[in-house]
Each structure stands twice: as C-alpha cells, then as structure tokens.
Design a protein around this ligand. Structure first.
Ligand SMILES: Cc1cc2nc3c(=O)[nH]c(=O)nc-3n(C[C@H](O)[C@H](O)[C@H](O)COP(=O)(O)OP(=O)(O)OC[C@H]3O[C@@H](n4cnc5c(N)ncnc54)[C@H](O)[C@@H]3O)c2cc1C
Length: 472
C-alpha cells in the first residue's frame, strides 16, 4: 500500500484555495475591542456566511459582525467532499416523517439552493468548479442492492420519475467502472463544487458588502439575552440578534448537547491520474456514493484526481472535537484501503493528501433550525454530512428569521423541528462507540460478501430500533 499522506493541518482544498490571492483574500484580524452590531454571527462556515449574505440582500445597511475561531472555511465547509445535494435522496424518509407534500417542498427548496449556489458563483466570479452532473449512488456489495427501493416507491407515488433513475450494473459501470459496483440510482440534480473555493469566495463577497469578519476569534462565552453577548479574549460583541452557526462545536454547548452527536468523516486525495480515470470511464463529473452505513463518497477534480471519503467514523470515545477529527491515521488508512478495493488500478497512484472533519449528526439525519426562548438568537445545526446545499437554505431561513420577514422556507418542517434527543453522557459516547464499531464490522463483512456475526448485526441496528434515522 502507498505510504499514508502526512497530516498537513488543513484540507487539500483549503491549501489549494489559500495559495491563490483571490481566495486567500485580505486578512480579517481577531476582534480586539468591545463593539456593538445589529447581528452577531458565530461561525464562519457556509451556514454563518450564507446567513450574512441573505441578511445583506434583505437589508444592505445592516451592521453584521461574524466571529470565526479559525479562518472562514477552516471547518468542514472548507474540508468536505464538495457534493452539492438537495434532499432528494431522503425523499422517502421525509415523506414518512412529514407527509408527501411537505417532503416535496423540502426537496424543491433544497434544489433551489443547489441552483442558487451555481448562480452565486457565476455572478460573483468565483471559480469554484461548480458543476451539476448528477449523483450516482451505487451498491458496492450485493447486500446493498435495492437499498433504494423505498426511495423509488416514493418517487413513483409522487410522479417524480424524471428526478431519479434506477441503473443496471452495466449502466453504472459504463459511467464509472469498478469491480465492486452493482446496480445503482442516478439523481440528476446533484452537483459538485470545490468546497474551500466556495467558502473563501463567499468570504470575499461578504467583505465587499461590509460584513465585519474577525477570524482567529473564539467565542468563549455567549449570553442569549437582549442584547445577545458574545465574549472573546479580545473584546465583547453586543448585538440585537445572534445566529449560532457553529455546527459540530455545538456539542460543547449545554443547550445542544443532547440534540447532536459528532462523528468524523475523512477524505484522501490522489495525485492527478486522468488516464486512469479514462480507463474506468469516469470522465464526466458525476459524483458517487454507496449504501454502506459508513458511507463512501467519491468524486473527481478537473485535473483528474479522485477525492475519496468515508463517513461515520468515530476516533475512540471522541467526546470533544480535537485534532483527531482533523487527521486520524486509522481512518485515513481505511479510506486508502477502500479506495484501492474500489479502484485497483489506482493502487500505485500516490495519495497526496488526507484529512478529516467533524460531522454534526442529528437523530433524524436532518438539519434543523430554530430560535431560542428570548426570540433574538437563532440556530441551524444537524446537517449530518449533507450541508453544502442545505446550509445555503439554512442561511436563507436564518436571515428571514432574524429580520422577522416572511419567506416560504420558514414554513418548511425543518424550521422549529424538535430534534430527536440522544441519551445523556456517558451513555451516549460509550453507546455510540460500541454501535459504531459494530456498524463498521458489519459493513466490512458485507463488503467481503460475508454474513455479519448476528450479535454484531444486532448491535449495529440498535440506533434504528431506538427510533433514530441512523445506521443500518
Ligand atoms: C470530511 C467531510 C466531508 C463532507 N462532505 C460533504 C459533502 O460532500 N457534501 C455535503 O453536503 N456535506 C459534506 N460535509 C458536511 C458539510 O461540510 C457541513 O455540513 C457544512 O460545511 C456545514 O456548514 P456550517 O457552516 O454549518 O459548519 P462549519 O463549516 O463547521 O462552520 C462552523 C464554524 O464555526 C466555528 N466555530 C465553532 N465554535 C466557535 C466558537 N465558539 N467561536 C467562534 N467560531 C466557532 C468553527 O471553527 C467552524 O468554522 C462533509 C463534512 C466533512 C467533515
């Protein structure tokens, strides 16, 4: 096997973007004084930045301060796989949870966001490699074949057969040829983006619009009163309204401890190998994922690399977000091995980078948006590894909430959704670690076309038996 890539501290995407002046941009020094604002936003990922964007669209004179502990895009927004999805792949679950019509409204609103991101990049001259060539979700073991049956039933029932197409093994392999690919489904609406270029491009536009961004500014204490108060080591921001867009870090907030849990997702990036991609027919920009519980997600870049990711990883107990979420040798090794199992012809192509990031998993596998009791503090969390498209929708929701302006998206069931609660600590971390290991052992058995050990299978299925939309 290739040597494992070193821990470079940042994702390949972010390093690539920051090497270019148009994405590095001017520095945004840490907050060093007390200040007031109309709105303070915590978190410089897509959710925080799209919220700022929509706020400025709705009211250009608004004074907005955005505080980011790292740099904008330093978190998952600059580290992800770059799949820009709506909610179409969850249509069956959404219909079961909310009914057909609300499910459809969520998918359509998500779809509008996918398209709006493309338009935003074009209008603001952000070369974020945005492309919509569909998402292929394949069975990578025979056990996964037909995992899409409920989805197809929902699609048929709602007369949406043009959105998602079932493909045979040969049709799948004509698009991307792997010895472990069986049948699959193609969702036409999905796309990909260079995640860090999108994040840094968004940052540039916000600065042009007058948003006051402070990077390297950790909010150590937050008071959800009127005004909302964000304390940092350099100064305090007092604001009429606040938006909490801190993603997985909300796990450290008492208010949100029970409504999200954190998993790691890890990506490895190959060197450019366009000839090898051509040999496996992967010359279009279709993005691929599979139906394992610990999902594989993979896509190409314009210069012929594969970015190969694996979700649902948990480095040990992982009760706090620490550096293991940025780089975990065991998880990176699994990603490399799985990449080579899927594409043996890439076995001698160097792996140039590997990194990870935390995922804010919600019990329903769905983002939720809400407002704290005082009425002036709003939050959006729980993207569960599907936030590139939905965070744009989240920004639209949160901005309208802040300004109390009506928009159709405020009527979506994701708004004021009461998230399913996880058990308290230490049951949650220990339970999650045990089920997570079982899920992996089950996945590995099925990858090898073996029947999983019945006890392992039982434990892996516990979260779903307990009512969570998680695991097999
Ligand atoms: C490896 C990986 C692959 C993924 N792949 C995909 C994909 O292909 N498609 C997809 O749709 N989604 C994917 N995701 C998920 C997606 O990246 C996220 O859902 C999305 O970026 C969430 O945006 P956000 O703004 O809510 O969160 P973030 O990008 O995490 O932003 C939150 C920010 O808040 C900051 N912050 C936290 N606490 C504080 C504090 N106290 N003070 C100041 N700042 C603070 C953090 O530093 C962070 O930058 C992936 C995630 C990972 C980790």
């Amino acid at each position: 096997m290739n040597a494992l890539p070193p821990n470079e501290g940042r994702s390949w995407w972010l390093r690539e973007a920051l090497a270019r002046p148009e994405f590095a941009g001017d520095p945004c020094p840490p907050l060093d004084t007390d200040t007031k604002a109309d709105v303070v936003i915590l978190g410089g990922g897509y959710t925080g930045m799209w919220t700022a964007w929509f706020l400025k669209e709705l009211d250009p004179g608004l004074d907005i301060v955005l505080l980011e502990q790292d740099i904008c895009g330093g978190g998952p927004s600059g580290r992800n796989g770059g799949f820009v999805n709506s909610f179409w792949d969850d249509l069956d679950f959404l219909a079961e949870r909310f009914g057909d019509a609300p499910a459809l409204r969520i998918c359509r609103a998500g779809q509008e966001s996918v398209e709006a991101i493309g338009r935003f990049c074009e209008e603001h001259d952000i070369d974020a490699w945005y492309t919509v060539e569909g998402t292929l979700s394949v069975a990578t073991s025979t056990a996964q074949i037909g995992a899409w049956a409920d989805l197809i039933l929902a699609v048929d029932r709602m007369g949406l057969s043009d959105t998602i197409t079932v493909l045979s093994r040969d049709e799948v392999r004509a698009m991307v040829d792997s010895p472990v690919f069986h049948a699959g489904v193609l969702t036409k609406a999905g796309g990909t983006v260079h995640p860090a270029r999108l994040a840094r491009g968004l940052r540039r536009v916000l600065l042009e619009r007058g948003v006051r961004i402070h990077e390297g500014t950790h909010v150590s204490r937050f008071g959800a009163g009127d005004p909302a108060i964000a304390d940092t080591s350099g100064g305090t921001v007092r604001a009429d309204a606040a938006v909490l867009a801190v993603n997985a870090w909300a796990q450290h907030w008492r208010r949100f401890k029970r409504v999200i849990t954190v998993r790691g997702s890890y990506i490895v990036m190959t060197a450019p190998a366009p000839d090898r991609l051509a040999a496996i027919n992967w010359t279009g920009g279709v993005a691929v994922s599979d139906h394992r519980s610990a999902i594989h997600y993979l896509r190409t870049t314009p210069d012929g690399r594969i970015a190969f990711g694996i979700g649902g990883m948990q480095p040990d107990l992982a009760r706090h977000i620490d550096q293991r979420f940025g780089y975990d040798e065991g998880s990176i090794r699994v990603a490399v091995e799985d990449l080579h199992r899927m594409f043996p012809s890439f076995a001698d192509v160097p792996i140039e980078a590997g990194w990870g990031g935390p995922i804010d998993v919600s019990g329903d596998h769905l983002a939720f948006f809400g407002t704290l009791e005082n009425g002036n503090v709003h939050y959006g969390l729980g993207f569960t590894g599907n936030g590139v498209g939905p965070a744009h929708l989240g920004g639209r929701i949160l901005a309208h909430r802040v300004l109390a302006k009506y928009d159709d998206v405020l009527a979506l069931p994701l708004v004021d959704l009461e998230p399913r609660r996880f058990p308290p600590e230490p049951i949650r971390s220990v339970g999650a670690m045990i089920t997570n290991r079982a899920i992996h052992r089950r996945d590995v058995a099925l990858d090898g076309e073996e029947i999983p050990n019945p006890f392992v299978d039982f434990v892996a299925k516990l979260p779903r038996r307990l009512g969570y939309n998680l695991g097999p």
